[in-house]
Write a protein that binds this ligand. Structure first.
Ligand code: FE2
Length: 177
């Protein structure tokens, strides 16, 4: 298959399906755009946490290996509900790895990281952006008038920010603002 044909197949799909969800069609469509960006973020974030889990080295290897996997597990559990909230509103969940790589708002992981502090900083930076993206999604969807979906994203924020706290706690020993 020609590359351009393959790329066309991977392009984000924006078609909408009719359903009985009691929101105006344009609101559903806008929600789906907001949520697809965060679906991409969740898949990207999950793979970054796994990268840290697999590749960290040093004296604290085993503890951090477990911490990073715990983060990955929390993020992994968010992927499916985000994707299915998109399809519940009539959208297409653009969640292949290739689609996610094209549209994720999370910066690329620092793949030169080796030590514990390097991976902690790289992952905390990414997770901070992920948490911000979830907060913004909740606010944007609230502004669109879909309170249940905005509340759904608020819950994701609380879960993700708990993981951010676990990572940052390793970096702030003794530091007081
Ligand atoms: Fe593992």
């Amino acid at each position: 298959m020609a590359k351009s044909e393959n790329e066309k197949k991977q392009a984000p799909k924006s078609r909408m399906y009719k359903n009985r969800v009691a929101l105006p069609d344009d609101v559903k469509e806008k929600n789906v755009v907001v949520m697809n960006e965060r679906l991409a973020a969740s898949l990207d974030m999950y793979s970054q946490a796994k990268f840290a889990h697999w590749n960290v080295k040093g004296i604290n290897f085993y503890q951090l290996h477990l911490v990073f996997d715990a983060t990955a597990k929390v993020i992994f559990k968010q992927i499916d509900p985000i994707a299915e909230r998109i399809t519940q509103l009539g959208g297409v969940a653009n969640g292949t790895v290739r689609q996610s790589a094209l549209s994720s708002p999370i910066p690329a992981y620092n793949t030169t990281a080796v030590t514990g502090p390097e991976h902690l900083n790289a992952l905390a930076d990414a997770l901070g952006v992920y948490c911000k993206e979830l907060r913004e999604a909740s606010d944007e969807i609230d502004d669109l008038g879909d309170e249940p979906t905005a509340d759904f994203f608020k819950q994701l924020v609380v879960e993700a920010e708990e993981e951010l706290y676990f990572l940052e706690s390793h970096l702030e020993a003794g530091d007081v603002q």
